[in-house]
Structures are given as C-alpha cells and as structure tokens.
Ligand binder design. Structure first.
Ligand SMILES: *Cc1c(COP(=O)(O)O)cnc(C)c1O
Length: 337
C-alpha cells in the first residue's frame, strides 16, 4: 500500500514507525515462557504501575487477554454479565462459552454504552442449583468509540462488589477514554479487579495486549495463557514496541480525537448524510441507501479505504493526518455533489 493511502477502517491498521522498529531491533530478549525476557518483564511492570495494579501479563491479542481474564476469574458453569454489543460477547467468536465453559448473560446496551444498574441487579442470580453461578461483570470502555461516564462506572463496579461479583474491564481503548476525560490511567480503571489494554489499536504497536490485576490473579492467568497458545518466546521484540507505544503514543491520542471531530464536523455539512459527533477517534456516518454501493469504489479510486455501509464507521489514528481528513472530506463532497 502506498504511503499516501488513507485507511479509515480501523486504528488497528497503523504500521510501526521507524523509531518503533528501531527499539524493536535493539530489544534485549530472553525466553518469556521461562520468564526470562527482560523487555517483556519491563513492559509488564510499566503497565501494572501505569494502571495501578500489582501485576500484568503480556498477551498476543486483546481477544486472548480478555479470554484469559474471564477464564482466570470464572470456572466451568459460572456466568458473566456482559453487554449485547460488548466485544467479549459479540466479537470474540464466543470464546468464553466455547473454550471457557462460562455462560454469558448478555444485557441490553444503553445508548451511552452502559448497562442499566437495574438490569445488572436483576440478572445476578441467587444461589440455586437451577442457575449458573453469576461470578463477574464485564464492561467495556470506550465502546463504539463512546466514553462510558465515570460516575456510572463507579456505581456499576460498587454494585457488582456489593453482590460479590468480580469486575473486568475490556479496556482495549481505555487510553482514548482517559485522554478524552483528561484523567490518569489509574482513575480510568478505578473499581475494576482486572483490565485488558490493547497496544495495537490507537497506540500503534503491531501486536499485543496486557491483562492487569493482582499478583495471584496474574500467576493463575499465566497458566491459561500457556493453554491458549499465548506463551511466546523471545517476545521482547514485540514488548519493545509496546513500551515505545506507552511512552510516546498515549498523549497524542488527543490528535486523533481532534481529527475525528474535524471529520465529523466537516462531513455534517453534506445534506444527504447524518454524522454522529464522536467522543474519541471513532465516528459513525449514516448514508442514504443509493450511496452505499458506489461510495466505497469512489473513495478507493482516490486512495481512501473505508468500510462502507448504511451505518458506516470511520476511525482516525496515528497514520491519519489533518491533511488526510481534509482530503477525505473533499472526496465525500465530490461524491455527493
Ligand atoms: C479490538 C478489540 C478487542 C480485541 O483485540 P484484538 O487484539 O483485535 O484481539 C477487544 N475489545 C475491544 C473493545 C476491541 O476494540
């Protein structure tokens, strides 16, 4: 793909920068299955400290770190409460149920991305041999690019703990939420017993996710990671990219948010489409049906890649500049002219 291509499908499409590749090439490595890789150990220590947990575990993907988290917290015949639109429920191929024997209890997502407290309370099952054992509440932030309100997260996690439920946060894009709210990573994950954080979304690393929690939890999680095939050897080459991402690419997420806001604002001038104002780096555009088939190829001819549908998602990231946003807006305006 040429450098001038603008890829708005996802923030997962970023390629590691020259500086990131340099630290990867220079990384000190060892066999991480033996716990010998100094760079992996450093990444885990930095992440645990940043998010305020005792320990962290490096995993190849967010899907795997969520699954490790659920399988470490819950056993066969347990249940977890989760949103209908949550990644762990809807977009991870049913792993918790299939591989973990953990029953999901999906709850409707409210428009702001939250789960109604009454729904959580109502779904928490009493101790009765007819029921699965409700063990855990899983929330996600950001969800669909939306920042879930902090006051809500405090209430939901307190409610869960009052009912002896464990709390897990799918924080694939938690750094976007924290930057948008101008709060620390620790404040953003307050109330959660564990969190998974993706390095390969807006933070721009090629691979990787970290699962954070208390020390005993992470020791147990390491066994599940091995079972799921996530025990890697000289993974310091990847961890170096992660350290670089945490050190250089968190604050700059604000630029992606500004670009998404600019894109949304500029596109909303086009009468035929409806744009939802983004909280972070993800915006949604509703297209008239007649535009759906033709817009994708039209954009592609102009070097712009997007997943086009009647409710289309556009994502800004490290490799989308303000000039790219302007080029995208011009292409949309040409199409609808
Ligand atoms: C991308 C994503 C994941 C999974 O991460 P992968 O590294 O793609 O497996 C989990 N949760 C959310 C909210 C995500 O956006």
């Amino acid at each position: 793909m040429q450098k001038s291509t603008i890829d708005l499908r996802s923030d997962t499409v970023t390629r590691p920068s020259v500086a990131m590749r340099a630290v990867m090439a220079a990384a000190d490595v060892g066999d991480d299955v033996y716990g010998d890789d100094p760079t992996v150990n450093r990444l885990q220590a930095i992440t645990a400290e940043l998010f305020g947990y005792e320990a962290a575990l490096f995993a190849p993907s967010g899907t795997q770190s969520n699954l490790i988290g659920l399988m470490t917290h819950c056993g066969r015949g347990d249940e977890y409460l989760v949103g209908q639109l949550a990644h762990t429920y809807k977009y991870e191929a049913g792993g918790a149920a299939v591989l973990g024997s953990i029953q999901p209890q999906p709850l409707p997502q409210q428009p702001d991305g939250s789960l109604a407290l009454a729904d959580i309370e109502g779904a928490n099952k009493p101790d009765d041999i007819h029921f699965a054992r409700t063990r855990l509440l899983a929330l996600e932030n950001t969800i669909g690019g939306k920042v879930v309100p902090r006051e809500y997260l405090a209430k939901a996690t307190a409610l869960a703990h009052r009912h002896n439920l464990i709390t897990h946060l799918d924080g694939a894009r938690i750094c976007n939420a924290a930057v948008q709210q101008n709060i620390s990573m620790r404040e953003a994950v307050a109330g959660f017993d564990s969190v998974s954080v993706c390095l390969s979304k807006g933070l721009g690393a090629p691979i990787g996710s970290l699962l954070c929690g208390d020390r005993d939890f992470i020791i147990a999680a390491k066994r599940w990671r091995k079972m799921l095939g996530g025990g890697l050897r000289q993974a310091g080459i990847l961890a170096a990219a992660g350290i670089y991402a945490l050190e250089h690419n968190i604050e700059r997420l604000a630029e992606d948010h500004a670009n998404a806001a600019l894109l949304a604002q500029s596109l909303s001038a086009i009468e035929e489409i409806t744009v939802t104002a983004p909280h972070t780096n993800i915006l949604y555009v509703d297209l008239p049906q007649h535009a759906v088939d033709a817009l994708g190829p039209f954009l592609r001819e102009r070097g712009i890649i997007a997943t086009v549908g009647s409710h289309m998602r556009l994502v800004t990231h490290l490799d989308v500049s303000t000039a790219d946003v302007e080029r995208t807006v011009a292409a949309f305006k040409d199409f609808f002219a």
